[in-house]
Design a binder for this molecule. Structure first.
Ligand SMILES: N[C@@H](CCC(=O)N[C@@H](CS)C(=O)NCC(=O)O)C(=O)O
Length: 203
């Protein structure tokens, strides 16, 4: 098994954090995205969407999409559970992970990719107005996350889960998108300090 990795980019980092939480070690194959290595014919044959991360199994099968890769690892290594436990717990994790993914990570990425000059060749067509439109959407999601964290230690309840990983990489990507976490979101700040201090956050 080997993991095609994309360095500082948020989606590859989701998998490295997930693996660190479970103590999984898989050889990494670094793909230099700034050199557009993810657009080569060789990598395109592995993932026609030309996106990272991608996990290649020993029989040559390739799994891309960070949640799909995470689910694969969860099946192989169930402890600690990162997709929740029990019917309600699993549904809560799914709900908050999708919310973090679709309402924050995708939104922050759009704010960055549609406004940053370095992203002109990546986001075609680059539409700066769309990037700007996503900034208030990110702020609105953060407020909802802050409200949720007033009542629970982690975003989907009492236990750390994949939803916290998705939220963490999204929050850490705010800086590149030039979005600030509002001072008044004390619950989100408390949560961010706590999850950032976990050893896995260094992954
Ligand atoms: N939904 C995918 C998103 C993967 C993705 O967009 N990865 C980015 C890096 S964070 C990428 O490979 N971008 C390359 C590009 O846009 O050309 C996942 O969850 O893995």
């Amino acid at each position: 098994m080997k993991l095609y990795d994309g360095g500082r980019a948020p989606n590859p980092r989701r998998i490295r954090i997930f693996m660190a939480e479970k103590g999984i070690e898989v050889p990494l194959v670094p793909i230099d995205m700034t050199a557009m290595e993810h657009k080569t014919p060789e990598f395109t044959a592995l993932n026609p969407f030309q996106r990272l991360p991608a996990l290649e199994l020993d029989d040559g099968m390739v799994i891309s999409e960070s949640v799909a890769i995470s689910r694969y690892f969860e099946e192989l290594y169930p402890d600690p559970p990162l997709f929740g436990t029990g019917a309600v717990g699993k549904a809560q994790v799914e709900m908050w992970n999708r919310r973090a993914d679709l309402h924050l990570l995708v939104v922050v990425m759009a704010a960055f990719r549609h406004t940053h000059p370095a992203m002109v060749e990546w986001e075609v067509p680059q539409i700066p107005a769309w990037g700007e439109a996503n900034r208030p959407r990110a702020l609105a999601t953060m407020k909802i996350m802050d409200d949720q964290l007033a009542a629970s230690e982690f975003i989907a309840g009492d236990d750390f889960s994949i939803a916290d990983i998705t939220l963490l990489v999204s929050i850490d990507f705010l800086k590149l998108a030039r979005i600030q976490m509002p001072e008044e979101l004390g619950n989100l700040r408390r949560w961010h300090a706590a999850v950032s201090s976990r050893p896995s956050a260094k992954a």
